[in-house]
Design a protein around this ligand. Structure first.
Ligand code: ZN
Ligand code: ZN
Length: 406
């Protein structure tokens, strides 16, 4: 798995609130359908903070995080036919084999073959696909906050990026762009709909952007971080509610006026203080995920309304409002985005100029700045929404890293 004779720089997870920039052996090809990717750009996801805070179980000391990355094909196995050395590609965060029944139905995040862990099956009845740079419950695959990554089933999981799309835009197709779009698809957002979004992190902001592109007549973003709400107002021109200052259930109808809320998108996710694994072990009657947000959503959305749930949830929630769901005829769709499905649409909307993900990129830097960026994101300080990181010695002339002063 590692070529001990060659080294690279990368971030590693050494435990709770301990992400380190360090030297590491380079990955090597192990399967015929692998490529070795030389990473040219990567970023930190809101979901990486679950790892930083050690609230998502299954990390091991020394794991390389990162599931949003792109780069150039450095080496390829003999089973790789579509990609060539030197191609500039983005990589799907979920690893799909392209051949199992789930992949054939384009249910890529449910691929049956790429995640060797069986821990999920005990709790969910099934397991999901492997993800890069996440827990060993999702395969423990080394991630892309590194100079090099091994990419399995590369022909299937990579897209060659056209020359007219810069890295600064293409990178965000790996997760936030397709996840935000998936939230809209789940909530059946379309022409003339009213949409409220709980959680205005990068995914929520992206979901709001898509909602306007898809023709929503009113979009309302809900959060409590001033910088996020300002960005939503200034750049997306949507209505916002600060839930720490206003009663969401009172403010929503005021903003909606004569309309009702057709669609709700949950981009916030679970929030808990104890480890999931421990709770699986003791399991029955314990809560791992809060049902507070979903309860508010079920109250806010109109009868026969649609709910898209794309924030991360992992275990059990007490007081789930099943009555409201049934009696109000609500439709709930959820899940990790099958991103490969949406790449062509994203490309089309970037080329038309309607979608430009750079509005939420607030900080640039190198991989070496990774630990600082993690901390700033976790502390929600310095107005950091999304970062763009190059490898430290990246030779592309221009940009000076913008470092945080706090
Ligand atoms: Zn992500
Ligand atoms: Zn598959």
């Amino acid at each position: 798995m590692w070529d001990e004779n060659k080294t690279m720089k990368c971030l590693v997870w050494n435990g709770k609130h301990n992400i380190e920039y360090t030297e590491h052996p380079r990955p090597k090809l192990t399967e015929p359908k692998d490529i070795l990717l030389r990473v040219t750009a990567t970023t930190i996801c809101g979901s990486d903070l679950h790892l930083l805070k050690d609230t998502f179980p299954g990390m091991k000391k020394g794991d390389i995080p990162g599931h949003e990355f792109m780069g150039v094909v450095e080496e390829k196995g003999e089973g790789v036919h579509k990609l060539n050395i030197g191609d500039r590609v983005i990589v799907s965060f979920a690893i799909a084999c392209g051949e199992c029944s789930y992949c054939k139905r384009e249910e890529f995040t449910a691929c049956e073959t790429t995640n060797p862990s069986t821990a999920m099956e005990a709790v969910y009845g099934h397991k999901c696909a492997a993800f890069y740079g996440y827990s060993h419950l999702t395969g423990g695959v080394p991630g892309g906050q590194a100079e090099f990554v091994r990419v399995p089933f590369a022909d299937f999981n990579c897209m060659i990026v056209p020359d007219d799309i810069p890295d600064e835009k293409a990178l965000y197709m790996t997760d936030i762009m397709v996840t935000g779009l998936h939230g809209n698809k789940c909530a059946e957002v379309g022409e003339g709909k009213t949409v409220a979004i709980w959680g205005m992190g990068p995914i929520g902001l992206m979901a709001a952007k898509w909602a306007t592109i898809l023709g929503a007549k009113m979009v309302i973003g809900i959060d409590c971080v001033p910088e996020r709400l300002e960005l939503a107002k200034d750049r997306l021109h949507i209505e916002t509610i600060n839930f720490k200052e206003e009663d969401v259930l009172k403010r929503l109808p005021e903003l909606l006026g004569a309309n009702e809320l057709d669609c709700a998108i949950e981009c916030a996710g679970f929030d808990y203080t104890h480890s999931w694994l421990h709770k699986i072990e003791t399991f029955v009657g314990l809560e791992t995920d809060t049902s507070e947000i979903i309860t508010q959503i079920f109250k806010a959305v109109r009868k026969y309304g649609n709910v898209g749930l794309i924030g991360d949830y992992v275990g059990l929630a007490n007081h789930f409002p099943i009555g409201a769901m049934m009696e109000k005829n609500l439709t709930i769709k959820s899940g990790q985005t099958p991103g490969l499905r949406y790449w062509d649409f994203c490309l089309e909307k970037m080329r038309s100029g309607e979608m430009d993900p750079t509005f939420l990129v607030t900080h640039r830097g190198s991989l070496a700045d990774g630990p600082t960026f993690y901390k700033a994101m976790c502390d929600q300080k310095g107005g950091l929404i999304k970062v763009f990181m190059r490898p430290e010695n990246f030779d592309q002339n221009a940009e000076k890293p913008v470092l945080l002063d706090a």
